[in-house]
Write a protein that binds this ligand. Structure first.
Ligand code: SF4
Length: 383
């Protein structure tokens, strides 16, 4: 068995670690690219949402390296993600790829089905103790990855040379991918933190009247939030424009809540979002629709300067959320912009809209006092 999986931002680091800890052969597909999307789009129904098209492209590229088994998480409710595993299996079979597809989801709210599938993937050579150890380590690495991402979000608008910050991020990811010990994981987070601190110290004390960076909260569909290829480098672009980004969803928070049924909180727990959303959207609408609304309310209450919702074209839960967001914009007087992406989206179009949005936020009459910045995020403990 040679396992592969779809890309979603930095999730590959965690998934690779999990399988390598269990000595299961794993093929990490090449990073998402124009080629990935083109290959996947050729096989996909035109109206399929963007992540499915990229997933298929990932599998085709992984097949070239001998992958024969796909691992994907599942979902429930009124959203197409719950069908991804089966739809992808059939599309691949019709195209001549005999992949086995293992969907990791807690069926009917029970962890038993999930446990059986994990057992199957881990093989007979691994005891349950070894599987749990590997899961725990992968989870801790996922939390560390999220902390690194958050540190980079805070560093981008504060450090003067964007290329240096991106190199730091790149090197941190490489270190995290390679290390197989808790010490290595923690050392990497500390290393990133110290690097940022050193560079800040080199800059000296900010001049009087130094403006704190604008803060923008990103909400929306998880794939478009976490995957920089799909979002056209949204976070990096905002950082370059001098904005500190915060996200509604981090990988470990989502895995903890959706895959492990809240047994693990993750880096940023998403548990409070439904209650935040309640006055505006009291029902689950599939995908991350309710979480988007809840996160937008939470960000607005925290005093962010603006909120950006991002989702793939035709994403039903986010369309519902988008229809509710104007009420939050009105209630909290916080500007909210929606970005919709598909395979035809161009970098220049996104960039222009981001520049215009940031320009709007910078106007003095829209500046609101922010009680605190995320200076404290530059600690190893995170928030
Ligand atoms: S959340 Fe949206 S983009 Fe993701 S699978 Fe569901 S409908 Fe598609």
């Amino acid at each position: 068995m040679k396992v592969t999986f779809p890309h979603m931002g930095n999730a590959w680091i965690v998934i690779q670690t999990l399988f390598e800890s269990l000595n299961v052969e794993v093929v990490v597909p090449p990073s998402n690219s124009k080629q990935t999307l083109t290959m996947g789009t050729r096989l996909s129904p035109e109206s399929a949402c963007l992540p499915l098209k990229l997933n298929l492209g990932n599998y085709l590229e992984a097949a070239k390296e001998g992958a024969d088994t796909i691992v994907i998480t599942g979902g429930i409710g009124p959203c197409r993600f719950g069908y991804y595993g089966e739809v992808e299996r059939q599309i691949l079979r019709d195209a001549g790829y005999d992949y086995e597809v293992v969907t990791l989801e807690p069926p009917d709210g029970s962890l038993l089905g999930l446990a059986k599938r994990i057992r199957y993937l881990a093989g007979k050579d691994n005891s349950w103790a070894q599987i749990l150890k590997a899961l725990r380590f992968a989870y801790r690495k996922s939390v560390a990855m999220d902390r690194v991402e958050d540190l980079i979000h805070a560093a981008r608008p504060r450090l003067p040379i964007p290329m240096e910050t991106e190199k730091l991020y790149h090197d941190a990811k490489r270190r995290l991918a390679q290390t197989m010990s808790d010490k290595g994981v923690q050392d990497t987070v500390r290393w990133v933190q110290e690097n940022i601190r050193e560079r800040q110290e080199e800059l000296g004390t900010p001049p009087e009247g130094f403006q704190k960076p604008l803060r923008i909260g990103i909400v929306g569909e998880i794939y478009t939030i976490l995957d920089p290829y799909t979002s056209m480098g949204l976070e990096e672009e905002l950082g370059r424009l001098g904005v500190e980004v915060d996200r509604s969803i981090y990988l470990s928070g989502w895995v903890g809540n959706h895959v492990f049924q809240g047994l693990a909180p993750g880096y940023r727990s998403i548990k409070s979002y439904p209650s935040h959303a309640k006055p505006y959207l009291p029902h689950f609408v599939g995908g991350h629709g309710q979480e988007t609304v809840g996160a937008a309310v939470k960000f607005a209450q925290e005093g962010v300067n603006g909120i950006i919702q991002i989702f793939p074209l035709s994403c039903m839960p986010e369309i519902v959320a988008a229809s509710v967001l104007p009420k939050i914009q009105e209630a909290y007087k916080v500007p909210i912009m929606t970005l919709i992406v598909d395979e035809h989206t161009g970098q220049a179009g996104i960039q222009t809209r981001l520049e215009a949005f940031v320009d709007l936020l910078e106007r003095a009459d829209l500046q609101r006092g922010i009680g605190q910045t995320r200076g404290d995020v530059l600690s190893v403990e995170g928030r």
